[in-house]
Design a protein around this ligand. Sequence first.
Ligand SMILES: Cc1cc2nc3c(=O)[nH]c(=O)nc-3n(C[C@H](O)[C@H](O)[C@H](O)COP(=O)(O)OP(=O)(O)OC[C@H]3O[C@@H](n4cnc5c(N)ncnc54)[C@H](O)[C@@H]3O)c2cc1C
Length: 369
Amino acid sequence: MQTGIPFNEDYNAAQQEGVAYFQQTAYKGFRWSTAKGFLKPARKRPNLTVATKAQAMQILFEDNRAIGLKYKRGNQVLQVKVKRELILSAGAIGSPQILQLSGVGPKALLDKVGIPLVNELPGVGRNLQDHLQIRLVFKTSQRTLNDEVNSIFKQAWVGLKFMFTRTGPLTLAASQVAIFTNSNPNVERPDIQFHMQPLSADKPGDGAHKFSAFTSSVCQLRPHSRGYLEIISSDPMKYPAIHPNYLSDERDHQVAIDGIKTARRIAEADALAPHIIDEYVPGRQFQTSEELLDAARRYSQTIYHPTSTCKMGDDDMAVVDERLRVHGLQGLRVVDASIMPEIVSGNTNAPTIMIAEKAADMIKKDNRQ
Ligand SMILES: Cc1cc2nc3c(=O)[nH]c(=O)nc-3n(C[C@H](O)[C@H](O)[C@H](O)COP(=O)(O)OP(=O)(O)OC[C@H]3O[C@@H](n4cnc5c(N)ncnc54)[C@H](O)[C@@H]3O)c2cc1C
């Protein structure tokens, strides 16, 4: 707030700009997934079958109508038939991958991997967007979560605390403080978001650093860079090649540079500066615009928000229409983050749940006749 960013009680309300505590989808100390919130209560319904550890391989078509799905479970290849329609919800990577494997996608690609064309849709797998997070790490004189998790005894204590009191570090979301702000004064609404985390690591998944530190991760909310993904063979068990193309559009460069500068300005504020020992990453040797862009490329990674690879719309590159039905085909919808025409200016989980809620209404309505 000392840098001029206002406090915001609720960044999901009328005004997004500000510094706030992160909101969570959590209940009684647990993160509350859609599996817990939506699927579990419906598990006893007689018209629901859940096949876990199953890999969808290919949608089956009769002419241009989806009539079933081929999937693999263990060593068995199975088929399920569709009575009304098939709803594909495999996410922004999985949904275009399955469509391409099923002959729905760019013709040149399908020719290359030898999959017969069912419906040419050049946009399947294109328009990939994500929030690239640039992760600044500051060493601090204060204790942080790094200190809580760096010994087996402390980990045990954290585990026991959670087990018996449902409190402590294990109830925390990865980030505590959210900041939505403008990368420069000419921007009309927030175009960068911070995830402030009381811990640090070389990269997520690696162990926490052995010193006290916090992470100030900054991402551009509406990047211009576009990536794509393509299957590399007709084998459904092979991963697709994902080309995120981060920072490939020059318009994103200045936002990345200004994002790092904003993170430094926050670290230099009176309330924080006395507690900071050092900027560990990227480090003060990165100063000029060129150096800061270099730092952005070196110390950044996905924040796991891939979207938009089966975008909704009516142009040549659109994959689904406004009711999420796949263009040119019958009995097939896509319902997940892949249908966002453009990535949302914030975290993607709740918007995806909103897409699913809206889709559920439309599917019920369309099937009432
Ligand atoms: C590590 C991580 C942290 C995140 N943190 C946050 C956060 O803090 N806040 C936030 O808002 N968002 C967060 N996100 C993003 C959020 O989880 C996604 O935006 C959201 O889950 C997208 O929903 P979806 O339904 O499109 O895809 P998903 O949730 O990915 O669902 C797709 C499902 O399809 C399955 N699938 C894919 N292909 C196949 C196949 N061939 N056969 C069978 N099943 C298949 C997948 O296993 C998956 O279960 C995070 C994501 C990750 C990975």
